[in-house]
Ligand binder design. Structure first.
Ligand SMILES: C[S@@+](CC[C@H](N)C(=O)[O-])C[C@H]1O[C@@H](n2cnc3c(N)ncnc32)[C@H](O)[C@@H]1O
Length: 213
């Protein structure tokens, strides 16, 4: 019997936000045969370690992790250097567990729009199987992550938007610009001829398939 992903006590995580997504990811991601994954927002590496454990047995897996490790509006900025150290340690542990030279993690420590601009310029092709957008939760940033990220996802690939209905403020006092939803809706509406929303997934994350370039 194999251990459940992320169950190794040697990991150093202070939260398990990601774990509610695991049943859907387990069911959905294999369909997209992830060999190249682009993650915007990596924090302590929990989602990246899940990907390594789950898909790192394949011949190759390249995960690009984009994060400033400076935190978003919802984070304690003073704690972020420790968060980055935990990311490095956790990812190393996941890589050691797999012991597969075909698994590579590339760290892009910068603002997402800068990392995406560089990737678009360098790659000059849409070759990522999966894009996971979980960086800044402010609408203007989410919108640029979605639009720029779209150009890096292959036709037939998957775009995952975390925290679709998250808000910084309490119910009834929300600032729409501190929520991902308005940006994700603007992206999906504007790209409606090039994407399809995956039906049946819980609404906390929105899953979108890119149908054409
Ligand atoms: C919610 S956490 C990511 C959690 C991670 N995906 C997981 O499942 O464990 C969001 C991360 O996005 C990063 N971030 C916020 N705004 C960003 C931006 N504009 N560019 C790059 N990273 C950003 C923060 O530093 C933080 O680590």
């Amino acid at each position: 019997m194999t251990d459940a992903p992320l169950s190794d006590p040697a990991y150093d995580f202070t939260n398990d936000w990601f774990d509610q997504n695991i049943p859907v990811w387990d069911a959905l991601l294999p369909r997209f045969e992830p060999k190249r994954v682009l993650e915007i927002g990596s924090y302590e590496g929990r989602s990246a370690c899940y990907l390594i454990e789950k898909f790192g047995g394949n011949e190759s897996l390249e995960i690009h992790c984009v994060d400033t490790w400076e935190g978003g509006i919802e984070h304690d900025k003073g704690a972020m250097s420790e968060v980055e150290s935990r990311f490095d340690k956790n990812v190393q542990l996941a890589l050691q567990k797999k012991s597969n030279p075909g698994v590579v993690v590339k760290k892009h420590k910068k603002l997402s729009y800068m990392a995406l601009a560089e990737l678009i310029t360098v790659e000059r092709a849409a070759t990522f199987d999966v894009l996971y957008v979980d960086g800044s939760h402010q609408a203007p940033h989410v919108l640029s992550d979605a639009v720029m990220g779209f150009h890096l996802v292959r036709a037939g690939g998957l775009m995952i938007f975390d925290d679709y209905i998250w808000s910084m403020e309490e119910m009834g006092k929300q600032d729409v610009l501190n929520m991902p939803k308005a940006a994700i809706d603007a992206f999906v509406n504007s790209f409606t001829r090039k994407v399809v929303v995956v039906r049946g997934a819980p609404v906390y994350q929105l899953y979108v398939t890119k149908t054409e370039a």
